[in-house]
Design a protein around this ligand. Sequence first.
Ligand code: CMX
Length: 441
Amino acid sequence: MGYIKEKFKVKAEELGLEVKELIKNHGSRKIDEVTIGQVYQGMRGITGLVSETSLLDANEGIRFRGYSIPELREHLPKTQGGAEPLPEGLFYLMLIGELPTEADVQYLSGMWARRSHVPNYVFDAIEALPISTHPMTMFNVGIMALQTESVFAKAYAEGMSKKDYWSYMYEDTMNLIARLPHIAAYVYRRKYKGGHHIQPNGMLDWAANFAHMLGYDDDGFKELMRLYMTIHADHEGGNVSAHTTHLVGSALSDAYLAFAAGMNGLAGPLHGLANQEVIKWILNMREELGGGIPTKAQIEQYVRKTLSEGKVVPGYGHAVLRKTDPRFTAQMEFAKKHLQNDELVRIVWMVYDTVPGILQELGKVKNPWPNVDAHSGALLVHYGFVEYEFYTVLFGVSRALGVLASLCWDRALALPIERPKSVTTEWMKLFVEGKLEAIAD
Ligand code: CMX
């Protein structure tokens, strides 16, 4: 057993005992109350899940095992001469709960490089789709084709003990994370670069190798990918992609099945697809206004037009956050350092100056501030990565780090199948009338 797996086993056994005690001594204590409004309105604000890898504060933003994004940028190992954290380090932190050493990060880079081989039938499955297929669909078809490689599913079919679930989930997690960049890059090169594929370079770190396979060997782009893969990785357990992966995994579906389900959620425009919607919206605005940098008044007018057409302003708002997303700020800092004078970046900053005030005026938007998706596209376009329909795939590759680390914990803590109770509106009406007994009859 590799030393990271051994370390995870020890940590999981310790926490497993603590959780048992917690449930035994405090299991009946109430943590929350649920209102009828919450039940109808997306279960907002109900504490009903445990996710070890990160915790979201409405005002401060995300913390990974206690570390904020600025702290991660400072403390996680970097590549030689680089300034951005290596996502391998964040994965280690989320899985083990401790900051990694340089050696831990190198161990993961090496392991993922060794496990990165993707069988040809996965590419054949992608090839079977029309070229017009959305990249997220191609990506997920690739993941589903790769499910044949699940060691968890194989061991379960052969009859494994409950005690070993975590071990096979860990192996599936490592294999899947190792292979995702190759599948994603294959989709990109097939759809946008005439099928001219680029072989992986096992000497590079995980994010740089991904950039390389996509066809971007610029050092600046590699740094951007390291930052991008780090900040998109996790956002506690309740967001659609994390929650779906956890939910599907709770049926003992393997990592491939569970992660693919999560990716279908990420592909929705109110979640991960918002990153393509943002840049599409900005480019349309620029075109409609005749090109160049619009004035603040023109942006304001365009925002109002978007709202009057019954659309949301993409990249703004959040179900939990109530301040500017620190993931937006991290990208803004990257832009200030590396691409200060980029036209699209300047428009993104002008939109940031304009949108919150207008959304506030509406009186119903709980968070008028930008989320992670409001900035990412402009950075990618700067490096020539203009195919915005692909952006959610980048988000997806990163999101694997968080949701799969969580899935390892789910199996290690032997969390049961998830099955909340639902009721009908008829039940609700009887409940408010105080006639609940009638339902029981
Ligand atoms: N533009 C216009 N209206 C918005 C809005 C925005 N950016 N954000 C919220 N609203 C509206 C909602 O549509 C809702 O309107 P109705 O009452 O008419 O249905 C009202 O304000 C209240 O919504 P809320 O409680 O503030 O927001 P929710 O928790 O329901 O939804 C989110 C959160 C992110 C889906 C929403 O803010 C939104 O649609 N934003 C734009 C899409 C986006 O950027 N998504 C990416 C989120 C980050 C991610 O997951 O990647």
